[in-house]
Design a protein around this ligand. Structure first.
Ligand code: AMP
Ligand code: MG
Length: 402
């Protein structure tokens, strides 16, 4: 199998994976998932004219009588308090000229009133008030529908449900909504050299950082990590791990996907009857990337080098998970940035430079080698340069943020 282009790899994966069956769940559980349908406002917001302040519901004209001369002092208005309307049940009070109703924030505006004077601008005098300010029609009244009209779309199919959208759904009386299915993932990290963090290392061994990297990335993408297994480079344990992992929607395996004698992932997958759709993609880092199917699971084989695993996860695994979960937007956020260094890609593969996006500028960081995890940890963005593409310091580029 030759090397395929990044765009071909992406579209092959996009064609293979399908959105999972949507499920109905409580709006709180739905947070961070993707709406499976469009949702529309059942109610206007606010639902009724109501007070924005604790104060008095008035007729504005009563409080700001026309002045005889522009220079004349404002005459304070005196109004009789005829009732009280707290937030809650509408007492159906009425305000007629010369009268006012004591009112509180969120309470329905009594019939006849067209403004609210806040209590700080009023002097109370028994069952009367003296209004010490000019009042305009509509002042401190939150009018029906000014925020949201009935029938307006409040959540689109494929949109991520956020804390704020959960609140909006609740304000509309929705207790549950339909969201895209959840992706369960199995992680398999392979390599005889790997040791779990927290244990002692012997010469030649290294800590397994990919297992935790993948768990973090999978969870951030919204997948559920069902299992994470460390495998040595032998076919038996790999076979067992794959068979167990294939009960999930996806299996993400790291290491062992290259061409060395100890790279047994592809061979083992084939022996188990897997169909390999992609092996080797023209990107740097990440060339040995593998994609295939084992039973009903999609298998993503990521290179063992941590930066390669990171980049191929973001470029190939993340969009697949989002599509399965029913997301409309599969891409990382893209922002324009001014380059602060010259960057050249003389390689035959597209190169993803890791770097820092800060105050509109992008600076590549570290050695740009696929094992350089520290540089990656200092970065927050990727700049893709196509094969042969050269960019000069000061030029504008587009950076992908994670
Ligand atoms: P491989 O893809 O198995 O040829 O591994 C490539 C490089 O990545 C080697 O230097 C491995 O030691 C390293 N590597 C493989 N798996 C991991 C892992 N889980 N955590 C950290 N480094 C790894
Ligand atoms: Mg290995």
């Amino acid at each position: 199998m030759g090397m395929i282009s990044e765009a071909d790899a992406r579209s092959k994966i996009a064609e293979a994976v399908r959105p999972l069956l949507p499920r109905k769940m409580s709006i709180l559980q739905a947070q961070d998932r993707f709406a499976a349908e469009n949702y529309f406002a059942r109610l206007s917001l606010p639902m009724f004219d109501n007070s924005a302040m604790d104060g008095y519901a008035v007729i504005a004209r009563d409080c700001s009588p026309p002045r005889i001369r522009p220079s004349a002092d404002k005459k304070s208005a005196r109004l009789r308090v005829v009732g009280e309307q707290p937030a809650g049940l509408d007492r159906k009070l009425r305000v007629s000229s010369g009268n006012t109703v004591r009112i509180f924030t969120g309470a329905p505006i009594p019939v006849g009133a067209d403004a609210v004077v806040m209590q700080e601008d009023v002097t109370r005098d028994g069952d009367e008030i003296v209004v010490n300010t000019d009042v305009e029609i509509g002042e401190f009244v939150r009018s029906r529908g000014c925020d949201l009209g009935e029938g307006q779309k409040i959540l689109s199919a494929g949109e991520r449900v956020t804390a704020a959208s959960v609140a909006l759904l609740a304000s509309q009386g929705f207790a549950a909504i339909a969201v895209g299915g959840a992706v369960r993932a199995a992680i398999i990290s392979t390599g005889d050299e790997l040791v779990e963090p927290g244990r002692d290392l012997r010469p030649g061994q290294i800590y397994d950082s990919n297992a935790i990297l993948l768990r973090a990335l999978l969870e951030r993408a919204g997948a559920e990590v069902a299992s994470s297994e460390q495998c040595s480079d032998d076919a038996d344990s790999l076979r067992k791990a794959f068979q167990a992992g294939a009960k999930n929607e996806i299996v993400v395996v790291t290491g062992g996907v290259s061409v060395g004698e100890h790279d047994l992932v592809q061979q083992t997958l084939r022996e188990l009857g897997a169909k390999i759709d992609i092996w080797r993609v023209a990107i740097k880092p990440g060339k040995p990337f593998l994609f295939g199917r084992l039973d009903n699971a999609f298998v993503f084989g990521l290179p063992g080098n941590p930066v390669s695993a990171f980049v191929t996860f973001l470029q190939f695994v993340r969009p697949a998970i989002l599509k399965m979960m029913g997301a409309a937007d599969l891409d990382l956020q893209k922002v324009p940035a001014r380059l602060t260094v010259d960057l050249n890609n003389d390689n035959e593969r597209a190169h993803y430079f890791r770097g820092k996006f800060e105050q509109g500028a992008f600076t590549s960081i570290g050695r740009q080698e696929s094992h350089a995890l520290f540089g990656l940890s200092q970065s927050n963005g990727l700049l893709r340069l196509a094969s042969g593409e050269n960019r000069k310091s000061g030029e504008m580029v587009e950076v992908e943020l994670w």
